[in-house]
Write a protein that binds this ligand. Structure first.
Ligand code: ZN
Length: 267
């Protein structure tokens, strides 16, 4: 048993001995939460079905898609080396954030417990958090944005180990060639389902990928974008100019969009 659980149980023992008589079974998680050392969990519905969401005093600590609570508790303990306890009901900050994310379609304001991750992994996830709802960037984009342009593979692994998928939207990051790539919450099918729920036009993206288009430019502004950038979506059909690479765009005299920041040709 981990130290934190021993502490919790010791405290619970004292409470019981102090005359609190029979402490209910739910008191241990409550005590653990109270002393800021416990993780509680609840089950919520997502675009890919029910998921378990764990949280503690630092913020949301895990989102996992598993079949039952026992399986989740085991997976959580295996990954984080500590226990997790069922909450009697989800706290308001979670339900509010969940509704913001999946009904209002904007980014929920939430804290995350990323303390088990390296500085690099945290930088990758916090950068992924800035990708707007319904938009897609590449692994290489994240690598460059965090100042580690060569670490594309490591970015992929860091996203693959995202402890809080859905809330930190690693599903919005794909390979540079447009292929969706892997997804820890159930493979590329799940990734597609979440992106579709966010309004991404997957049929159009697939067709761009097939024809080798990575960016779209505007013939009026001479600015080029990732196809899902909200600026790109405003370009009228007759002014849309497809580009197969940032080199091609810049060679044609187009400048990168300041909002979605396509990869500069120097990288
Ligand atoms: Zn853009």
């Amino acid at each position: 048993m981990e130290q934190q659980e021993q502490d919790g149980r010791a405290l619970l023992g004292k409470l019981r001995a102090s005359g609190a008589a029979k402490a209910p079974a739910t008191l241990l998680p409550a005590v653990m939460m109270e002393i800021g050392r416990g993780d509680a969990y609840t089950r919520l519905t997502s675009p890919i079905g029910p998921v378990f969401v764990a949280y503690n005093a630092a913020g949301v600590s895990a989102v996992m898609r598993l079949d039952d609570a026992r399986e989740f508790e085991e997976a959580f303990r295996e990954r984080f080396g500590r226990g997790v306890y069922p909450a009697s009901e989800p706290p308001e900050f979670i339900t509010r954030a969940w509704s913001t994310q999946f009904h209002n379609h904007t980014r929920a304001s939430l804290d995350f417990d990323l303390r088990d991750l390296s500085e690099f992994e945290q930088a990758v996830l916090l950068k992924a958090l800035t990708i707007p709802y319904g938009e897609i960037r590449s692994y290489a984009w994240i690598a460059r944005e965090i100042g580690r342009p060569k670490a594309v593979r490591a970015v992929g692994s860091a996203l693959g180990h995202n402890p809080v998928p859905l809330l930190i939207p690693c599903h919005r990051v794909v390979r540079s060639n447009g292929n969706l790539g892997q997804y820890s919450m159930g493979g590329s099918e799940a990734k597609r389902a979440i992106l579709a729920a966010e309004g991404v036009n997957l049929a159009e993206l697939d067709s761009l990928v097939r024809s080798g288009v990575r960016y779209v430019g505007s013939a009026t502004t001479h600015i080029y974008c990732y196809p899902t950038c909200s600026h790109a979506r405003r370009i009228t059909e007759r002014h849309r100019v497809p580009f197969s690479s940032e080199h091609a765009a810049e060679h044609a005299g187009y400048r990168p969009c300041k909002r979605c920041r396509p990869l500069a040709s120097a990288v």
